[in-house]
Design a protein around this ligand. Structure first.
Ligand SMILES: NC(=O)c1ccc[n+]([C@@H]2O[C@H](COP(=O)([O-])OP(=O)(O)OC[C@H]3O[C@@H](n4cnc5c(N)ncnc54)[C@H](O)[C@@H]3O)[C@@H](O)[C@H]2O)c1
Length: 437
């Protein structure tokens, strides 16, 4: 089986490499020529554990190829996937669908045989129908399907190879039946390991993706607010999370308190979901509140650091450990660091920052004046305070005494609760964490 994928970003590249690993012939195309050049030269444009090897293996075995032109990539393809970006539209928070519609139209014009156009990008309910309206006059023999992606950056390959479920939305007609058959065949290796396949309408599949992300984001905002309550009441949020999470109806995941969720999905998807619901006259008030809680959370983290200095950080040297929105990725999209670092600098602090993988993207996004250090200890050198924003494993391995001896001051704001409060205080730190006594 041959497929083509438009967009060689986090989702397109991971899905492409994984489908190739299943034995499918995958042709990837990206409108950014530099990405295709890099991939052809064996360079992976993003950091994702295991991806370099998976790509190299499948390129070597000639199942994964990279193309400049859509026509070339689509040659012989039974299905063409859209894995292009759907960022927040500037100004109103709706998903910007311009890349999706442009790509769909390109596919319709380039198609020379019956095929299935599969939207893997996260798109609001109704987008599949709009794609049909757009392309059917151009090419009546393209089936349109929705196949949202649920992979997590940092664990993307495992998530793609062993997903909790595969969701396939199709039209209720002969084209839909054909599309479902094609996608079932493509996902057969997952069906064989008993992955549930959820076959639905286009609209339902589109809502499943946003509802899933919004629910997870809501869990995070929920536990962050409970963490505030624990701080005020002298309770321990981790014990609360465990105490409620062991209840199978609640589940233990996504109950880890922190500086607010970020990344390429939750912030933009919660916002787009809320906007769609408002347009349809059925507001999602829980999601609107989830968004508001999260936005204020990031600002609040900067205030906590400033408050640790009695409200004045002018001239203070602050080491920021971790910039990417989570460990094991270099993705900086909507990372808490993009709010916390500028706020500290606006208050007069000098910031030295370190991230194991995110520095290259961070340089483009953080204010000029941030000093980027080559290691955690180099960032900590001479610092009055340290702020831990991303829980990379290498930070966990640093003994409190070593952290303390690298620094000038004694304030440590651990916004991921990586360290043991008792050990940190024993090492001489004024230690602040989240939701713990
Ligand atoms: N990143 C994630 O963890 C994740 C997880 C699940 C779903 N998603 C969704 O998947 C989609 C893609 O996300 P991403 O993080 O991979 O984005 P990305 O920005 O990393 O990649 C998108 C790629 O599409 C390319 N592109 C744009 N228009 C094109 C066109 N017409 N033809 C060919 N290439 C084109 C861009 O150059 C870019 O390389 C989004 O809708 C996102 O919400 C992302």
């Amino acid at each position: 089986m041959r497929i083509a994928i438009l967009g060689a970003g986090y989702v397109g590249l991971v899905s492409g490499a994984c489908f190739a690993e299943f034995g499918v012939q995958v042709a990837l195309v990206d409108s950014d020529a530099s990405k295709i050049t890099a991939l052809r030269e064996g360079r992976i444009p993003i950091y994702e554990p295991g991806l370099d090897k998976l790509v190299a293996d499948n390129v070597r075995d000639e199942r994964l190829t990279f193309h400049d032109t859509l026509e070339e990539a689509m040659e012989g393809a039974e299905a063409v996937f859209l894995a292009v970006g759907t960022p927040s539209r500037r100004g109103d928070g709706h998903a910007d669908l311009s890349y999706v519609f442009a790509a769909a139209e390109q596919v319709a014009r380039a198609a020379t045989r019956p095929l299935t156009l599969v939207t893997k990008s996260t798109v609001p309910v109704g987008t599949g129908r709009r794609i049909i309206d757009l392309i059917r006059p151009i090419n009546p023999d393209i089936a349109v399907a929705s196949n949202p992606e649920f992979l997590r950056e940092g664990a993307a390959i495992g998530d793609f190879m062993r997903p909790d479920r595969v969701v396939i939305g199709t039209e209720d007609n002969a084209l839909g039946t054909r599309a479902l058959e094609t996608l079932r065949r493509l996902y057969r290796p997952l069906y064989l390991i008993e992955t549930p396949i959820v076959a639905t309408s286009l609209e339902t599949a589109e809502i499943i993706k946003y509802a899933a992300n919004s629910f997870l984001a809501m869990k995070i905002s929920f536990i962050n607010e409970v963490a505030n309550l624990c701080e005020a009441a002298g309770a321990d949020v981790h014990d609360v999370a465990r105490g409620i999470g062991l209840d199978g109806r609640i589940g233990r995941k996504f109950l880890h308190p922190g500086p607010g969720y970020g990344g390429s999905c939750f912030p933009k998807d919660t916002l787009a979901f809320a906007r769609t619901a408002q347009d349809l006259g059925t507001p999602l008030r829980l999601i609107e509140t989830t968004i508001a809680v999260n936005e204020s959370r990031k600002e609040e983290m900067a205030h906590r650091v400033i408050a640790a200095f009695g409200g004045d950080v002018k001239g203070k040297r602050i080491a920021v450990l971790g910039l990417a929105f989570k460990p094991e990725t270099d993705d900086m999209r909507d990372a808490p660091s993009l709010v916390v670092v500028p706020a500290l600098m606006a208050a007069g602090a000098e910031v030295a920052a370190y991230d194991p993988e995110g520095t290259a993207f961070a340089r483009q996004l953080l204010p000029a004046g941030v000093r980027f250090a080559a290691s955690a200890t180099a960032a900590l050198e001479g610092a009055d305070a340290a702020v831990l924003l991303t829980e990379w494993n290498e930070f966990r391995a640093l003994p409190p005494e070593r952290l303390k001896s690298a620094m000038r001051g004694d304030v440590f704001c651990d916004f991921r609760n990586v360290y043991d409060p008792v050990a940190m205080r024993a090492a001489g730190f004024t230690y602040l964490s989240i939701g713990r006594p």
